[in-house]
Design a protein around this ligand. Structure first.
Ligand code: ADP
Ligand code: NA
Length: 337
């Protein structure tokens, strides 16, 4: 049976007001251009999973003003049957953008915080993908539902934005199969859990390339707290570092995996959405591996999945926008590194 990914997550309308300068208190200014795009981490990652070629459903809420996003998600092959339309306004990001790239953003949670009736998971091998732009109790409900479902259910969590220190301390980290973080998120979680910088010896035997990566000791510290969880840390222009304790083929499952970022052809245009693109490609890659090959997680397979993620995220960075800059699998695979 083919895997299905269920995302319980956010959907936003991102409104970009192009201005000469960011508005000051008491001031009225005009915007010379307005553009409106679909966004929110749930929607972005759903589109990334779909463009990466896997089957995905997004569970979430929008207002009447967000019907067009539901249509566009559907056009992107996302299963939208559990997106509900609620009386509140859709979640929104109001973004002022200046010509020299400065921005200021107002976020409005709106419909993303509406009650959603769907709390159970579909039958069968399922990947549950979660972020932190909806009520934390809903995220926790899905984590628990996944833990109680069949043992083949895989829970992937991208803790963005990072929960509060209290929430981090209480969070059921050991129920997460794959934790996907950027360096900032890794460090914030580490600070909250251990109230300070990691005090841990970096094993000398690790791949030489990892020894100097600042995130490495942080990941080791996190891994000591939840040793079964696979941790993938994106490092921006420096690539990705992963600790994958569930590797089954190698005695050296504790050896980290490091991959440099993709070499860009066109330079950095806009890094928005790169993390969401990476996450979607990672989940789709894991799903495809399980459907096509085996249930045994092998180091070489994880490396090839991560290579594809790095390639996809690199292509995302070369284009303006978030959701619209997520590449399709066929274009990623023709650029294979
Ligand atoms: P986030 O967007 O969540 O902060 P990162 O900044 O770590 O995440 O970026 C996610 C991935 O996007 C990186 O692992 C990398 O593969 C790719 N990426 C980000 N910035 C660049 C860059 N300047 N050049 C090449 N790849 C990049
Ligand atoms: Na982009």
């Amino acid at each position: 049976m083919n895997s299905k990914c269920v995302i319980r997550g956010s959907i936003n309308i991102d409104e970009f007001f192009y201005v000469k300068d960011i508005v000051h208190p008491g001031e009225t200014i005009s915007s010379h251009r307005l553009s409106k795009r679909a966004g929110g981490k749930g929607a972005n990652q759903a589109v990334a999973v779909a463009r990466a070629g896997a089957s995905v459903a997004l569970v979430g809420s929008v207002g009447e003003d967000g019907r067009w996003i539901v249509e566009s998600l559907k056009d992107s092959q996302v299963d939208v049957s559990d997106i509900q339309i609620v009386p509140e306004s859709s979640g929104r990001a109001v973004i002022q953008l200046t010509d020299d790239g400065e921005n200021s953003i107002i976020l409005f949670k709106g419909a993303n915080y509406a009650q959603h009736p769907k709390k159970s998971l579909p039958f069968g091998p399922t990947y549950v993908l979660l972020q932190n732009e909806i009520p934390l109790e809903d995220t926790l409900a899905y984590i628990n539902a996944a833990a109680e479902a069949s043992s083949s259910t895989v829970t992937v969590f991208n803790p963005s934005p990072v929960p509060s220190d209290t929430e981090i301390k209480k969070f059921p980290w050991n129920k997460i199969t794959w934790l996907i973080v950027n360096e900032r998120e890794a460090s914030d979680i580490c600070q909250a859990l251990f109230s300070g910088a990691p005090d841990i010896n970096v094993p000398g035997s690790g791949e030489a390339a990892c020894a100097n990566i600042p995130a490495y000791p942080i990941l080791l510290r996190l891994s000591s707290q939840f040793p079964k969880t696979n941790i993938v840390c994106t490092l921006g222009a420096a690539g990705v570092l992963a600790l994958v304790p569930s590797l089954q083929d190698s005695t050296a499952s504790s050896e980290p995996i490091f991959l440099p970022a993709a070499k860009l052809q066109d330079g950095v245009v806009d890094t928005t959405g790169a993390g969401d693109c990476f996450t979607g490609y990672l989940v789709a890659g894991l799903m495809k591996m399980r459907d096509e090959r085996s249930k045994v997680l092998q180091r070489k397979n994880v490396i090839s999945i991560l290579k594809r993620c790095v390639q996809a995220a690199g292509m995302c960075v070369e284009k303006r926008g978030a959701l619209e800059s997520i590449p399709h699998a066929k274009d990623v695979d023709t650029h294979a590194i």
